[in-house]
Ligand binder design. Structure first.
Ligand code: BES
Ligand code: MN
Ligand code: ZN
Length: 493
């Protein structure tokens, strides 16, 4: 979808569909007021007759309204005036865009910057409209023999009766770039394990590098053996797919500026290994590379908007499979850091690949490191599918990430990383074991990673509950590309 901005009264706007917001009890947004006036108070009449309630997320489509230059006018309800919060506004945006998508219109003009949302400005509304439009029009049917008809709606104009500010312009351009990154992360997540292998992810990284002038390096098994990545390689042992360690470098900032390093878990399929997972919904473990996908998506977004920052991405990627060569429970391996690990459960593999990638990250002399991983089922139990889990060793960095999540509405929630939990990882035979028991599973997983991140500022995002949706709406969400991109935009200043 293409996006643009425009300054024009809604009544004068031509094209397929003009969208304006209305509150309950006949209270109108500025755009709805202007339209009502130009149309001989046709909207007021609809309210009087009871056809236009303004109930949040309700929609009403009007054809060839006399006084409007557009083919259609779509009214979207915003609920009680003065009570519009972020969640309600975003739901209304999605409802409106879905309704516009259901019409034959190929273009739509949305007036949403006049919606009065507590704590949000016009630029936020414009950006969220762009992200919502990309989200609701997303299709994942590249592997169907007959792809569904592509959405007819291909152009969305964010319009305002007043002046288009520089801030709004920038926010919309950035949101369009972010939407591309979110789309890439969704698509990679949705691809099945027999297509999206570690080799495939490496190819995608190289292609991304080529189109955006990034430095991309792919380390092979032999390279990783030389580096002593015994923990990472222990996970790959059971698979015939060769593991890869992908690194990407984007230099948009001052040469002397230390980079932000993003590390993404790239398990392209997680069977659990010898500690085999139960069968139900095991297909969803194709999404166990969504951390990696979010790193690639964030690079796509950052490169497209040419942010003046330095960014490094590291993606350890392999399959977790059971076989005669697979790691067995009780096996002890030596990580790149030199610390030894007793692998009590081969299904706790994410931390085993991440720990070596986190040790490797130090070579980039990072300002800070953020890892992103579908790490624990326990995180889904703790936080559900609304927020991602956030843990880390630096309060300032954690606060930055939480704020970026609130801003982008790709929210995270912090959990404690107290030393008290560390003893749960004590082993009789090695420096540590790879599981800490059922209690506090998300925290003990992060405690494990914390043993490899002592030399820099670090945060960990557990996206097990947020990276994809199950059931009828099964599909990647592209999260937390929105959060990460906003975090980097904020850092770029
Ligand atoms: N990829 C899974 C985590 C996961 C499970 C994400 C379900 C989303 C939904 C991870 O590799 C895993 O299997 N973790 C184990 C850890 C346990 C063995 C300590 C888990 O959460 O059960
Ligand atoms: Mn696992
Ligand atoms: Zn996993």
């Amino acid at each position: 979808m293409e996006f643009s901005t425009k300054q024009l009264g809604p009544e004068k706007q031509t094209g397929g569909c003009v969208i304006v917001g209305v509150y309950e009890n006949g209270k109108f947004t500025d755009a709805a007021k202007a339209l009502d006036k130009a149309c001989g108070h046709a909207l007021t009449a609809l309210v009087t007759r009871g056809d236009l309630s303004g109930k949040a997320s309700s929609t009403l489509l009007l054809q060839q309204l006399s006084g409007s230059a557009a083919e259609r006018v779509l009214l979207v309800g915003l609920g009680k005036h003065g009570a519009l919060d972020s969640k309600t506004a975003l739901e209304a945006l999605r409802a409106a865009l879905r309704a516009a998508l259901a019409t034959p219109a190929s273009d739509a003009t949305l007036y949403c910057t006049d919606w009065e949302v507590a704590g949000r400005d016009a630029a936020w509304l414009g950006a969220q409209a762009v992200l919502a439009a990309a989200d609701v029009s997303y299709r994942s049917d590249s592997l169907k023999s007959k792809p569904a008809e592509p959405a007819k709606l291909t152009h969305l104009t964010l319009a305002t009766g007043g002046k288009v500010s520089k801030k709004l312009e920038t926010a919309i351009a950035q949101a369009a770039a972010t939407a591309q990154g979110v789309g890439l992360a969704k698509t990679l997540g949705n691809l099945p394990g027999n297509v999206c292998t570690p080799t495939y992810l490496a190819e995608q990284a190289l292609a991304l590098g080529k189109s955006h002038g990034l430095k991309v390096q792919v380390l092979e098994q032999a390279d990783m053996e030389k580096l002593g990545m015994g923990s990472f390689l222990s996970v790959a042992r059971g698979s015939v797919q060769p593991p890869k360690l992908i690194s990407l470098e984007y230099h948009g900032g001052d040469k002397k500026q230390k980079p932000v390093v993003l590390v993404g878990k790239g398990i392209t399929f997680d069977t659990g290994g010898i500690s085999l997972k139960p069968g139900a919904e095991m297909d969803e473990m194709k999404y166990d590379m969504c951390g990696a996908a979010s790193v690639l998506g964030t690079f796509q977004a950052v490169a497209a908007m040419k942010l003046p920052i330095n960014l490094v991405g590291i993606i350890p990627t392999c399959e977790n499979m059971p076989s005669g060569t697979a790691t067995k429970p009780g096996d002890i391996v030596t990580s790149m850091s030199g610390q030894t690990i007793e692998i009590l459960n081969t299904d706790a593999e994410g931390r085993l690949i991440l720990c070596d990638a986190l040790t490797y990250a130090a070579k980039f002399k990072p300002d800070c490191v953020v890892d992103i991983a579908t790490l624990t089922g326990a995180c889904v139990i703790a936080l559900g599918h609304v927020v991602s889990g956030l843990l880390g060793n630096d309060d300032e960095l954690a606060a930055e990430l939480l704020a970026a999540g609130e801003q982008s509405w790709d929210r995270a929630w912090r959990m404690p990383l107290y030393e008290d939990y560390q003893t749960l990882l004590d082993s009789n035979f090695a420096d540590m074991q790879n599981i800490g028991g059922r209690a506090g599973g998300t925290i003990t997983a992060a405690c494990f990673l914390a043993r490899f991140t002592k030399d820099y500022r670090w945060a960990h995002l557990d996206i097990a509950g947020t990276a994809w949706k199950s059931g009828k709406e099964k599909g990647g969400t592209g999260r937390p590309v929105g959060l990460l991109t906003q975090f980097l935009i904020n850092r770029a200043g």
